[in-house]
Design a protein around this ligand. Sequence first.
Ligand SMILES: *Cc1c(COP(=O)(O)O)cnc(C)c1O
Length: 377
Amino acid sequence: MTNRIYLSPPHLDGRERELLLEAYESNWITTLGPQVDAFEREMCLKVGVPYAAALSSGTAAIHLALLMLGVKPGDDVLCSTFTFSATANAVTYCGGTPVFIDSNYRTWNMDPELLNEELESCAKRGKLPKAIVVVDLYGQCADYDPIVSLAAQYEIPIVEDAAEALGATYHDACAGSFGEMGVLSFNGNKIITTSGGGMLLSAKKEYIEKAKFLSTQARDAAPHYQHSQIGYNYRLSNILAAMGRGQLENLDRKIARRKAINRFYRKAFADVPGIAFMPIAPYGEPNYWLTCITLDGSSVGVTREDIRLALEKENIESRPLWKPMHLQPIFQSCRVRGGGVSEDLFSRGLCLPSGSGMSDSDLERVVEVVRKTVAPD
Ligand SMILES: *Cc1c(COP(=O)(O)O)cnc(C)c1O
């Protein structure tokens, strides 16, 4: 049996081991410590945001952001429907109700026109949402100019879920720098990983100080343990921050490799009618986290599942595009604005193996299986 090719496995190719040993030998292995401080500083420089709190996951970062924005039971929070469940789950942790907004075909991200329609209708009903969570899907920023100006018009804060988009840009700014707060994830399959972890970013110091307080059990300043608020155990450990620093040093190299992988697939399928790629919006540069294709059934004659199963048979992992949140059984009762675009993309779309550690021969293996499935001879 050939080696399994995974969708987006961890890729340790830098000083991770050295930095981990440094943390180990210093005996700073629990939450907080010099590696956490350094990881936050280095991430701030990378993303161009002044303040950051390293946390145990991206989900925890979204949860704290929404808590700090005052999301409470009964509140609505607008949220991209085409995303991973963590985005919407965090809304429910605060007791809020997600209201889903569909994507457009141009970017696969939140459609600003649908956002406008939903905000108008919320205003008419006299109940504005408490926040808007905007996702940067598969490593590409959403279209922030219109989204930010709509949010400003209605005075509703944005939380940017940039979990998939570290290193991507929108005009001159980086993913994670939009809205009141930005969220990153260092989960095992993201572009860099700490095995598990996340970060909350903001231009406002008070949010980050509060996040650090809430994520370490909300201890009041006292020699004994004293609490006047509910806290959380959400801080990143020093050991994992060391790992993150080693990964972050090579972010540019990882993006360059993922971009080359994206180009490789585009070239390999250029002559295959019916295979299309996630569009690259003109306003910025993605981080090419995952290369995603869609199949046009009428010209290809095979479905997304045919290709996924053919790859699986050859020990290659691929995955359907995110199933939209408004189609998830758990969110069935939530409102959705639009929905057809993400439903269509979900039914026809597939994420191809895109890990920065993939070799050219791995890529050829994937391409061969896809081509054979599409055009068997
Ligand atoms: C991965 C991901 C998250 C969650 O991050 P974790 O670190 O796994 O909690 C949130 N939103 C999106 C869009 C993601 O892809």
